[in-house]
Design a protein around this ligand. Structure first.
Ligand code: TYM
Length: 322
């Protein structure tokens, strides 16, 4: 089984990225051949600063490696090191109905927010389909916000196979873990860079503490019992970073009444900080060894290319190209 996922270097990674996609991806390394990449072409739809893209790309590499991506087991590369993906995008684009792309939630959300749409933003799901299909991926671990993109990928692969040959492209499945499908941000909406509601994966200690202590809860007094304790935002986040018995204990105390929100938020910060302590130390080590990190990406690109060139040759042949 081949497992594949990608992350955009469009800003600082947050715990929504981690629990929604990176952690499942890291765990899945044990179950098959893992192909993980940094989606720098995709980041061009929202970021036009070259130096920033270079920095973010390196940061995503450090983050992913620090969290447990094992380059001995997994292929890890920069999307733009394999420009064949753009060729496959063209091929797939000729089979992608305009209506399918017009219905894309992420495109509609972004244009509704006033982002002036360009061709790249519109074609984003076709590039994503190419990312997945170029490597014969079977399973794609992602957060729920990518579900529609995965459905489009499947539709496009099926269309290609119907048009050019039954088994030319592998039709992938999404893996979306229910308990972390949408990690909430500090304001209760989906955690997202563009909402400014994130807890960064490797955030600064003081700034993150301030953010967490600033979470706005409700106006009930500490003494009041809270029968809806499981809906409390700090409880939901605590469940991700603390051992199950610890979060259950806080949830029970909140339900019974008598516990202040300050104590809960303090516990949330402490568990967040400890949860990532080991990875933080590994990240510090890696950032002193950038030659190693660059070598990992270079080796990954070579291995990714070996797979990609086979698939692109098969696709070209199937559709009668030179
Ligand atoms: P991106 O870079 O926005 O996010 C990376 C991954 O993090 C997940 N995620 C979340 N999961 C749960 N709760 C949240 N609040 C949350 N926020 C983000 C995303 O679902 C994603 O899995 N288009 C992709 C990148 C991409 C890709 C691919 C992914 C490009 N090509 C091929 C898989 C396969 C994206 O923008 O993710």
């Amino acid at each position: 089984m081949r497992i594949l996922t990608g992350i955009q270097p469009s800003g600082t990674l947050h715990i929504g990225n981690y629990f929604g996609a990176m952690k499942p991806a890291i765990e899945l390394q044990a179950r098959g051949e893992a192909y993980y990449f940094i989606a720098d072409y995709h980041s061009m739809t929202s970021l036009t600063d070259a130096a920033q893209r270079r920095k973010n790309t390196l940061d995503v590499a450090l983050d992913f490696l620090a969290c447990g991506l094992d380059p001995k087991r997994s292929v890890f590369w920069r999307q733009s090191d394999i420009p064949e993906v753009c060729e496959l995008m063209w091929i797939l684009g000729t089979l992608t109905p305009m209506g399918l792309l017009e219905r894309a939630h992420s495109y509609k959300d972004k244009t509704a927010k006033g982002i002036s749409p360009n061709f790249g933003l519109f074609a984003y799901p076709v590039l994503m389909a190419a990312d997945i299909l170029l490597y014969d991926a079977n399973l794609v671990p992602v957060g729920k916000d990518q579900r529609q993109h995965l459905e489009m990928t499947r539709d496009i692969a099926i269309k290609f196979n119907q048009s050019y040959g039954e088994s030319s492209l592998v039709v992938p499945e999404a893996e979306i873990r229910e308990e972390v499908a949408t990690v909430p941000g500090l304001d209760g909406q989906k955690m997202s860079k563009s909402y400014g509601n994130t807890i960064d994966l490797f955030g600064d200690e003081k700034a993150t503490k301030k953010k967490i202590m600033g979470i706005v809860m409700d106006s009930r007094t500490p003494a009041e019992p809270k029968p809806d304790a499981e809906k409390n935002l700090a409880i939901q986040l605590l469940k991700l970073v603390a051992p199950a018995e610890v979060s259950a204990d806080f949830e029970n105390r909140l339900r019974a009444g008598g516990m202040g929100y300050g104590d809960l938020k303090k516990a949330l910060f402490e568990h967040y900080w400890n949860h990532f302590a080991e990875a933080r130390a590994r990240r510090a080590e890696l950032s002193n060894n950038l030659d190693y990190v660059n070598q990992v990406l270079k080796d990954g690109a070579e291995r990714a290319r070996a797979t990609a060139s086979g698939v692109i040759a098969r696709a070209r042949k199937a559709c009668g190209l030179a």
